[in-house]
Design a protein around this ligand. Structure first.
Ligand SMILES: *Cc1c(COP(=O)(O)O)cnc(C)c1O
Length: 376
């Protein structure tokens, strides 16, 4: 079946992005590819393979379930679960050789129990909260309580310690806060053994502050081609999103378009109906601002975005017919729409646009430009 609405993922671009990131971090520093949320919507297994081929040393997911899926897809690289240990799935994590994140003595005991039962070692990283306010030990007392518990647990092995920088893509004040987070992190981890790997850098930090790379960096959004700050290494978006034109009509001046009559034509207008709506992950909040690309030209979306369809103004575009393609995100001729553009139109960030593809949007993988599309 030919899909009406699909997201095309270029695995060669993902691999190339990882190579560029790898090349930009100081020598000897490991690179972890963050593939949580189904690889930011790009497919976790496919993204993992591309990232590993591009030189990634480790992968990270949000939950044990996401990690187990990667193991079931045949991926044997080290996988870190970024979320805190939960009793409900900790033993699945140990069974599948996932590295789990601990920040309380209780979490350590859960891992010990799972390791003991399975006759395996539960590998863990300690999370430090230096100012994100999410998970992690916040001071020496909390840190020491976790380390003491690990010391008592023969089936638990501490191999890493990390923190998350909450404002590394921010302004000068944000960077001052980042400096402070980095200082606290070093202070709380200084006395840990040498072979415990230290990591704190997300995408923004990788590009802005290579001096904060420590033993490993964690690349998320940049791997997908949307660096949150200037990157200077030529990262490229790997996702293209297209739908079809299903119907074309001519409306006279004074005709209303879509729910709530928010748009009224002020002249003769040629309108194309596009097979995509908010149930496909195209945010309704973008109504009144969004544009799509048709035949390489920008076509404004008129009126409210519906659940399954939306209407585009094609008055200035020649020879458009039903079955033609509408590019929702990607390049068409000399024009481009990025996840950043879509995010701006709907008041969110590129991350949310990338992860928001609905199940019914078909995902296809390509390892190069397709002949049929001929567009990069
Ligand atoms: C999601 C996440 C990352 C990746 O952040 P990006 O901004 O996408 O690079 C890194 N570390 C942790 C702990 C995360 O949760």
């Amino acid at each position: 079946m030919i899909p009406r609405n699909r997201r095309e993922i270029r695995t060669d671009i993902l691999q190339e992005n990882m190579k560029k990131i790898r090349g930009s971090v100081p020598g000897g520093v490991k690179v972890l590819a963050v593939v949580k949320a189904d690889g930011y919507g790009h497919g976790a297994a496919e993204t993992s393979r591309a990232a590993l081929a591009g030189g990634a040393d480790m992968l990270a997911v949000a939950s044990v379930g996401e990690g187990v899926s990667l193991r079931e897809a045949g991926i044997s690289a080290p996988i870190l679960v970024l979320g805190a240990v939960l009793d409900i799935d900790a033993s699945d994590g140990v069974e599948h050789g996932l590295i789990q994140t601990v920040c309380t003595p209780e979490m350590v005991r859960i891992c010990e129990e799972a390791g003991k039962t399975l006759g395996k070692t539960a590998e863990v990283h300690l999370k430090v909260d230096t100012g994100m306010g999410r998970i992690g030990v916040r001071n020496t007392e909390e840190r020491d309580a976790v380390l003491a518990e690990i010391g008592k647990c023969p089936h638990v092995k501490l191999t890493g310690v990390f923190t998350h920088l909450s404002d590394a893509d921010g302004d000068d004040e944000g960077m001052a806060y980042t400096e402070e987070q980095f200082r606290i992190f070093r202070q709380l981890t200084d006395e840990l053994p040498e072979d415990v790997i230290r990591h704190c850098a997300n995408s923004a930090t990788i590009h802005r502050r290579p001096d904060m790379a420590m033993d490993m960096v964690r690349a998320g959004i940049s791997l997908y081609g949307y660096p949150p700050v200037e990157d200077n290494i030529g990262l490229k978006p790997a996702m293209r999103w297209t739908a079809k034109i299903s119907y074309i009509k001519e409306l006279p001046a004074g005709a209303y378009i879509s729910y709530g009559r928010t748009y009224r034509t002020d002249r003769n207008t040629r309108v194309a109906t596009v097979t995509c709506g908010y149930a496909d992950g195209y945010h309704r909040a973008a109504s009144g601002k969004a544009e799509v690309l048709i035949h390489g030209k920008r076509a404004p979306i008129l009126g409210r975005i519906c659940m399954d369809q939306m209407m585009a103004d094609i008055s200035g575009i020649d020879d458009v017919k039903a079955e033609d393609e509408a590019v929702l995100m990607g390049t068409d001729g000399n024009e481009s729409i990025t996840a950043e553009d879509l995010a701006k139109w709907s008041g969110t960030i590129s991350y949310e646009i990338l992860v928001d593809a609905a199940n019914r949007v078909e995902r296809v993988f390509r390892s190069g430009m397709s002949e049929e599309d001929g567009k990069d």
